[in-house]
Design a protein around this ligand. Structure first.
Ligand SMILES: [Zn+2]
Length: 102
Protein backbone atom coordinates (compact mmCIF):
# COMPACT_ATOMS: atom_id res chain seq x y z
CA UNK A 1 0.00 0.00 0.00
CA UNK A 2 1.04 3.57 -0.47
CA UNK A 3 1.59 4.53 3.15
CA UNK A 4 3.66 7.58 3.86
CA UNK A 5 6.98 6.67 5.39
CA UNK A 6 7.30 9.65 7.67
CA UNK A 7 5.78 8.79 11.01
CA UNK A 8 4.00 11.60 12.75
CA UNK A 9 3.45 11.37 16.47
CA UNK A 10 0.33 13.47 16.32
CA UNK A 11 -2.04 12.22 13.68
CA UNK A 12 -4.95 14.42 12.91
CA UNK A 13 -8.23 12.67 12.20
CA UNK A 14 -8.16 14.65 8.97
CA UNK A 15 -5.36 12.85 7.18
CA UNK A 16 -6.68 13.07 3.62
CA UNK A 17 -8.22 15.72 1.37
CA UNK A 18 -11.46 13.74 1.22
CA UNK A 19 -11.82 13.68 4.99
CA UNK A 20 -11.36 17.44 5.01
CA UNK A 21 -14.06 17.83 2.38
CA UNK A 22 -16.46 15.69 4.38
CA UNK A 23 -15.65 17.64 7.51
CA UNK A 24 -16.41 20.86 5.67
CA UNK A 25 -19.88 19.54 4.77
CA UNK A 26 -20.46 18.74 8.42
CA UNK A 27 -19.17 22.16 9.38
CA UNK A 28 -21.56 23.88 6.95
CA UNK A 29 -24.54 22.02 8.38
CA UNK A 30 -23.56 22.43 12.02
CA UNK A 31 -22.88 26.14 11.54
CA UNK A 32 -26.48 26.61 10.47
CA UNK A 33 -27.80 24.31 13.14
CA UNK A 34 -25.42 25.81 15.69
CA UNK A 35 -24.59 22.32 16.93
CA UNK A 36 -20.83 22.75 17.08
CA UNK A 37 -20.34 19.04 16.51
CA UNK A 38 -17.34 19.30 14.21
CA UNK A 39 -13.68 18.44 14.40
CA UNK A 40 -12.71 21.73 12.82
CA UNK A 41 -13.38 25.22 14.08
CA UNK A 42 -12.71 28.14 11.76
CA UNK A 43 -10.96 30.84 13.74
CA UNK A 44 -9.97 33.31 11.06
CA UNK A 45 -10.06 33.68 7.30
CA UNK A 46 -8.12 36.07 5.13
CA UNK A 47 -9.10 35.77 1.50
CA UNK A 48 -6.25 34.45 -0.64
CA UNK A 49 -3.79 34.73 2.25
CA UNK A 50 -4.45 32.17 4.93
CA UNK A 51 -7.03 30.53 7.11
CA UNK A 52 -6.64 29.61 10.75
CA UNK A 53 -8.44 26.47 11.87
CA UNK A 54 -8.58 24.67 15.17
CA UNK A 55 -8.36 20.89 14.90
CA UNK A 56 -10.10 19.27 17.85
CA UNK A 57 -8.62 15.84 17.09
CA UNK A 58 -5.12 17.08 17.91
CA UNK A 59 -6.11 20.18 19.89
CA UNK A 60 -3.95 22.43 17.79
CA UNK A 61 -4.27 25.57 15.73
CA UNK A 62 -3.76 24.88 12.05
CA UNK A 63 -2.60 27.49 9.57
CA UNK A 64 -3.31 26.87 5.90
CA UNK A 65 -1.72 29.46 3.64
CA UNK A 66 -2.63 30.12 0.02
CA UNK A 67 0.39 30.12 -2.27
CA UNK A 68 -0.59 31.39 -5.70
CA UNK A 69 -4.13 30.38 -4.87
CA UNK A 70 -3.11 26.86 -3.86
CA UNK A 71 -3.56 25.99 -0.20
CA UNK A 72 -0.64 24.65 1.80
CA UNK A 73 -0.95 23.35 5.36
CA UNK A 74 1.88 24.89 7.36
CA UNK A 75 1.12 22.73 10.35
CA UNK A 76 1.31 19.37 8.54
CA UNK A 77 3.74 20.77 5.96
CA UNK A 78 1.82 19.24 3.09
CA UNK A 79 -0.76 20.09 0.45
CA UNK A 80 -2.85 16.95 0.76
CA UNK A 81 -4.07 16.76 4.35
CA UNK A 82 -7.65 17.24 5.46
CA UNK A 83 -7.01 20.82 6.51
CA UNK A 84 -6.12 21.64 2.91
CA UNK A 85 -9.30 19.90 1.72
CA UNK A 86 -11.25 21.96 4.23
CA UNK A 87 -9.53 25.17 3.13
CA UNK A 88 -10.28 24.49 -0.55
CA UNK A 89 -13.98 24.10 0.25
CA UNK A 90 -13.94 27.16 2.46
CA UNK A 91 -12.44 29.24 -0.33
CA UNK A 92 -14.98 27.94 -2.84
CA UNK A 93 -17.74 28.82 -0.43
CA UNK A 94 -16.26 32.28 0.04
CA UNK A 95 -15.94 32.86 -3.70
CA UNK A 96 -19.56 31.85 -4.17
CA UNK A 97 -21.02 33.97 -1.41
CA UNK A 98 -18.40 36.71 -1.35
CA UNK A 99 -18.21 36.31 2.39
CA UNK A 100 -17.64 33.71 5.04
CA UNK A 101 -19.91 33.47 8.00
CA UNK A 102 -18.58 31.55 10.95
ZN1 LIG B 1 -2.87 19.83 7.86
Amino acid sequence: MSGKSKASEENSALSTLDLGTMEFMKWLVSKDANSGDTLIVVKDYFDNKYVILFDKSILKNIIVGYRDGMPWCMTCNTDDCGHVGFAICLKQDYDRNDQVVF
